[in-house]
Design a protein around this ligand. Sequence first.
Ligand SMILES: Cc1cc2nc3c(=O)[nH]c(=O)nc-3n(C[C@H](O)[C@H](O)[C@H](O)COP(=O)(O)OP(=O)(O)OC[C@H]3O[C@@H](n4cnc5c(N)ncnc54)[C@H](O)[C@@H]3O)c2cc1C
Length: 463
Amino acid sequence: MAGFDYDVLIIGGGPGGYVAGIRAGQLGLKAAVIERDKVGGVCLNVGCIPSKALIHQAELFRSIPNLRDMGLAVDTAGFDYTHVFDKSRKASDTLVKGVQFLLKKNKVETIVGEGTISGKNEVSLKDGKKITGKNLVIATGSRPRVIPGFEFDEKQVLSSTGAIMLPKLPRKAIILGAGAIGVEFSHVFNAFGVEVHLVEMLDRILPIEDAEAVQVLARAFQKRGVQMYTGTKAVSMQKGAGGVSVVLEDKSGTRKTVEADQILVVVGRTPNTDGIGLEKVGIPTERGFIPVGDFNQTRVPGIYAIGDVVNTPLLAHVAFKEAELAVEHMAGKSPHPRLDLLSIPSATYCEPQVASFGLPEWKATEQKVAFAKASFPYRGAGKSVAVEQSEGFVKVLYDPKTKEIIGVHIVGADATELIHEMLLGRTAELLPEDIAEMIHAHPTLSEAVCEAMRAVEGWAIHI
Ligand SMILES: Cc1cc2nc3c(=O)[nH]c(=O)nc-3n(C[C@H](O)[C@H](O)[C@H](O)COP(=O)(O)OP(=O)(O)OC[C@H]3O[C@@H](n4cnc5c(N)ncnc54)[C@H](O)[C@@H]3O)c2cc1C
């Protein structure tokens, strides 16, 4: 490390940055994380964690009719969303403190400030202070994407951050963008009685997921009164004293005006790669993202980029993995195999949940990948009936010759947990018969996973 302040100097303390710091500490490297706001980044402060705290409470609220079925008189008159909001902030704060503790425990220094790369081994802070690192890691994350005409004011036009930080719910909301974030907010808002209008330019909600799985979710949303406009774009918006008025246009050119108290615009994220000094060291960007090698090395030796600044799925667990890859590479430790894009789980937390990895049918078809498929409905697993969660299925796409698992799509209760058994199967190069023959506890929802694998082998029992 001769001559450098740190072995590893990380800009940004989100899931990418803080994990890079901790892994560096574990490997005996001297590391520091420069963070301009709070460690934990988007995920802990205004993303994954507070949204799941809101979703958890929304689901408790949605279970009130079940309590009434038991003869309990539950009065919702005293419902106050402020408590829901407060709890979500508490979850964030607890975990941010947890990350601060982990950084300290691993002897990673946290430097408060905004860092800009000012040389191959140097980062400058706003106050002029210069810090040097043998290796630099860019982990500056992303911010909500703005679309012209729908700029955020965080009062009537909300980003995901504005929506997470809302202490009071609107009566009526338009949600622009039906990716995971838009769908999760639709779930929360609808659960608490907000009139939701969910608008998606592509042909279905959760457009990157398996079409059949999404159909199950779309049916559930429809039943719950979420108004969905697919194949539809928002063309203009007017703000007034009472709310917003948005003109929607479908594929046939038919226009419709929808009015609401607030509009939530969740149409993607923009990587934070501008203004961080990339040009100083000759690191290019492609559509804002930093191109990297198998271990997240940029074009400049000793400088790595991880997480949302890289054009891999913008997910916290991808940032975690890329942090590991980068730090192990710079430490000269034989790193884990590079990121296998087909083995990245995706999870949408709503009712029913949607979880997947690998290729969906539409993509396999588009890419001309030969596949066969098998599926098993939740209702065939006794537990799903016992717990009144019998909607959904487990679907497996596999190579018809080798039976290698090439995609799994689960829609239903606990899908976001169940997906991992299948993913372990793929990662460990197990065959469907291996999982089919493994004893699964009865009654569990995991039996649906086992049965889907038996279905691949042609002998699902409970159907
Ligand atoms: C509402 C919502 C829900 C989500 N839910 C999930 C989910 O359920 N599961 C999931 O996997 N992902 C989820 N995500 C995505 C996840 O939050 C991101 O993929 C993840 O946070 C990316 O981590 P990162 O470290 O790359 O960047 P970020 O989390 O964006 O962190 C970057 C950090 O860098 C800091 N920073 C930026 N520039 C500088 C600078 N120049 N100097 C110093 N500090 C700087 C920022 O303040 C920030 O703290 C969600 C996102 C949102 C918005």
